[in-house]
Design a protein around this ligand. Structure first.
Ligand code: 26M
Length: 814
């Protein structure tokens, strides 16, 4: 007997069909005959939204009236992915929806495809925020996601005829967007600039300009919890629709200028990741959403009160700072408490430090935000004063702890000309966490060592996780059914450690064959999807070997492409016979920051290697390379379930955690990877014998740097590496142009900051093990099952439980 605990809705398919008809008639104003799939998509979305409304209202009321501290997740990015299927799943309406759409004469796929994915994030950090709010709702924890409703999300990526990345704006709001509920009545005023004056002994900030922050609310339905939380994304609007005086002089452009300036704040998501861009607009964005969110929380928890007792604020809500982007919230809460509510400094500080906690998502020093003090002074003069005072208090505190003068200087939050946001966050909050064991350790030992010496108790780890609802149930329905069959229950969807129960089935050949059949069917699906969306001819009978993530040097797409070129050369040289090579399809997905020169050149190289390899009859059937453009959550949901082998090959000590690695393991791909980020913990759990480990460790990397790393030596020493690089420089992948990749090659041979060349040999060696195992499907799939069975820890539900226990000290609503 299989136990089914998935949410069930009280309505029948016929009733839901009727609800969609109503929406078509009264909100879309079309007959079912006139309707397009996009109309049906909007109508169905509104219908499912209505089913969630009562739970949403009740959750809001319980959040305010209950005695459970809420969580505020402050994040500049929420990479939500499409909403419809997730909402249907959590409302228990999936079957009714599918039947209704067909009854109305539409195809389910067309309707689901009509939803345009909101791309309000860059990569891992933004997707993590989306997984976390899903898990909080599913656990029944009262929580708000707070962020920005960018008008343009992450750019759309295309490739030109030379294989170069071309970016176009992602105007995701071009068509009706049924999920966001704009709530003008709950707007907040956010001010900038001006000066600070003294009025009867009190500092008063006289800002120069203000914008109106308008909340757009998104429902965050929990899975099987009956709870619906809120994602509140702020949109910037102008107060002065136009300046009448200017307009009267018919200076039309000037008249709308204030509006343009105000609305620019939420216009575009910065397409950077792992680099800091010290742009004024970026600071405006950060302050904009953080100030609006803090005021909103006060409004929510102290409704109608002019003089609330804000000493209870940390009992009402605890804020998590997702990286340094919202850290301006610390001086902002100080300012609100002191200037707007008349608290003294010490009381304000006590409230503030109890309210905030900080998650660091990087180890790259160049990614830690540092703002010029002059910029903060111009944009937020009162905040700069407060930051300086925080820094004075901090230095005094360090002196009482007998920290030496040189170290105090190293630890400065305010250096005289800049403000270090990570240091402000560490001092101004209760806890600091890294996102995987290794990363948290390196934070303590290296990046924030001085802070960890003085405040050891602040530091903790919470290993990242991913939501099994989106990344197993929705993305991989076949595997979900097989898991439910194998376990005799679907409870694993809210208790992912139950996957452990699959472990014995890895020894059951019948089950292994079913598992293999699921993977094969997913590969066929993906091949069809890739044909339809991209025109690719992917052979689903080859090994699907995937590397998807942002394009960054430290992630080492270069290592993958060089190894691939070496393999190509082996076949061309006759060192390997094409018909003896294990047929492999390599799939890349990656966006490069528009200003990241070497990353963009790497994309161009991958595309041109793909062009040459795929058109070379000598390697036909043995090696194929595809680079579907515009990698996003939707493509991830199609590709991950179809992947046999996943690449997690960053230089050890550089990838904070990774979350793609978890999604692949949970979908039964095997990983080839380094001892980096969460790979370390994945390997520990799934078993070393079920993970393809290669490459230098953090200590070996450090040692090689210390002795003086010279990549050219590795080039000279390994003929296969030498040939691969020579092929890049001799025009093989640039129609004979020897200069096309010169900067990339020069970087490899003289700098190679992330030691791609040093790890090349180990990486190519391990391919033998991989291919030998793949030739034994039963053994390969046994190991894949053991990956699934032992990855339950990587549910974002578990991450949330760790945050609740170690940092937030709260739990589900009663
Ligand atoms: C900074 C300044 C200006 C504009 C953009 C940024 C910025 C945006 C995103 C900087 C970093 C950003 O993201 C970093 C990120 O995604 N880090 C990843 O976080 C994941 C979740 O914890 C980890 O799994 C990844 O290892 C880590 O690289």
């Amino acid at each position: 007997m299989t136990e089914i605990t998935a949410p069930k809705s009280p309505v029948t398919a016929e009733q839901f069909t009727e609800e969609i008809r109503e929406q078509l008639k009264y909100t879309q104003n079309v007959t079912p005959e006139q309707a397009t799939p996009a109309d049906v998509y909007v109508a169905a979305s509104k219908a499912v939204h209505n089913h969630l409304a009562d739970s949403w209202f009740k959750t809001q009321a319980d959040t305010v009236n209950g005695n459970t501290r809420a969580v505020g997740y402050l994040s500049a990015e929420f990479l939500m992915g499409k909403q419809l299927r997730n909402a249907l799943l959590n409302a228990g309406l999936t079957d009714q929806f599918e039947a209704a759409v067909e009854a109305l004469g539409f195809s389910v796929q067309d309707v689901v495809d009509a939803e345009y994915e909101p791309g309000l994030g860059n990569g891992g950090l933004g997707r993590l925020a989306a997984c976390f709010i899903d898990s909080l709702a599913s656990l029944g924890v009262p929580a708000f996601g707070y962020g920005i409703q960018y008008k343009y999300g992450i750019f759309k990526q295309a490739f030109d005829k030379d294989g170069k990345q071309v970016e176009t704006p992602d105007y995701w709001l071009a068509n009706e967007e049924p999920w966001g509920h704009i709530d003008y009545n709950r707007s907040q005023k956010v001010s900038f600039g001006g000066e600070v004056v003294e009025e009867s002994g009190k500092k008063v900030w006289k800002p120069a300009w203000s914008v109106r922050a308008v909340p757009v609310d998104y429902l965050v339905p929990g899975y099987a919890s009956g709870r619906v939380n809120t994602l509140r994304l702020w949109s910037a609007k102008s107060y002065d629709e136009f300046d009448l005086l200017a307009f009267n002089r018919s200076e039309y452009m000037e008249a709308v200028e204030p509006q343009v300036k105000a609305e620019n704040i939420s216009k575009i998501l910065y397409p950077e990741d792992s680099t800091k861009v010290g742009k004024e607009l970026r600071l405006e964005q950060q302050y904009f959403f953080v100030s609006a969110s803090l005021h909103d929380a006060i409004r929510v928890f102290y409704p109608g009160q002019d003089k609330p007792d804000l000493t209870t604020f940390p009992d009402k809500i605890v804020f998590q700072l997702n990286d340094t982007h919202p850290v301006i919230g610390i001086p902002e809460l100080m300012r609100i408490l002191i200037d707007e509510y008349d608290y003294d400094w010490n009381t304000a500080w006590s409230i503030t430090t109890k309210t905030f906690n900080y998650t660091c998502h990087t180890l790259l020093p160049e990614a830690l935000e540092v703002w010029p003090a002059s910029l903060i002074g111009e944009l937020l003069p009162r905040h700069l004063e407060i930051i300086k005072k925080i820094n004075e208090q901090f230095e005094a505190e360090l002196k009482t702890k007998n920290v030496d003068a040189a170290t105090i200087k190293d630890m400065a939050i305010y250096t005289g000309d800049s403000v270090r946001m990570a240091y402000l966050a560490t001092y101004g909050g209760s806890h600091v966490n890294g996102v995987a064991e290794l990363h948290s350790q390196l934070l303590k030992d290296v990046t924030l060592k001085n802070f960890s010496d003085v405040y050891p108790d602040k530091f903790t780890n919470v290993t990242n996780g991913v939501t099994p609802r989106r990344f197993i149930k929705l993305a991989n329905p076949r595997l979900s059914d097989l898991i439910t069959e194998g376990l005799g229950t679907d409870k694993w969807l809210s208790d992912l450690e139950l996957l452990k129960g699959l472990e014995p089935l890895a020894a059951d050949d019948e089950f292994v064959k079913k598992f293999a059949a699921v993977k094969q069917a997913n590969k066929v699906d993906f091949s069809n999807y890739a044909k339809r969306e991209y025109g690719f001819d992917i052979d689903p009978n080859t090994m699907i070997n995937t590397m998807v993530k942002r394009l960054h040097e430290y992630k080492r797409q270069a290592l993958k492409i060089l190894a691939l070129i070496a393999r190509y050369a082996d076949i061309k040289n006759g060192n390997m016979k094409a018909d003896e090579v294990l047929p492999r399809t390599v799939v890349f997905g990656a966006k490069a920051a528009p200003g990241y020169y070497l990353a963009k050149m790497t994309i161009q190289l991958i595309n041109n290697v793909a062009r040459v390899v795929n058109n070379d009859p000598d390697v036909k059937g043995a090696l194929h390379v595809y680079f579907p453009w515009n990698y996003n959550v939707r493509l991830a949901q199609h590709l991950i379930p179809a992947t046999d082998l996943d690449e997690q090959i960053s230089q050890a000590g550089k990838e904070a955690s990774g979350t793609g690695n978890m999604k692949f393991a949970l979908n039964g791909a095997l990983t080839v990877g380094t001892l980096d980020g969460a790979n370390v913990e994945i390997r520990e759990r799934v078993g070393a014998e079920n993970f393809f480990l290669f490459g230098m460790t953090v200590d070996e990397v450090d040692a090689l740097y210390a002795e003086g790393y010279d990549p050219a030596k590795f080039y000279e020493a390994d003929p296969r590496l030498k040939q691969a690089i020579d092929m890049v420089s001799n025009g093989t992948f640039s129609n004979g142009d020897r200069n096309a990749y010169a900067p990339l090659v020069a970087d490899w041979l003289t700098k190679d900051w992330f030691m791609t060349l040093a790890d090349f040999h180990a990486y190519t060696e391990i391919q033998g093990d991989i291919e030998a195992l793949y030739r034994d499907p039963l053994e390969w799939n046994r190991k894949a099952i053991l990956n699934v069975a032992n990855s339950g820890y990587f549910s974002s539900d578990r991450s949330m439980e760790d945050y609740l226990e170690r940092i937030w000290h709260t739990g589900p609503l009663a």
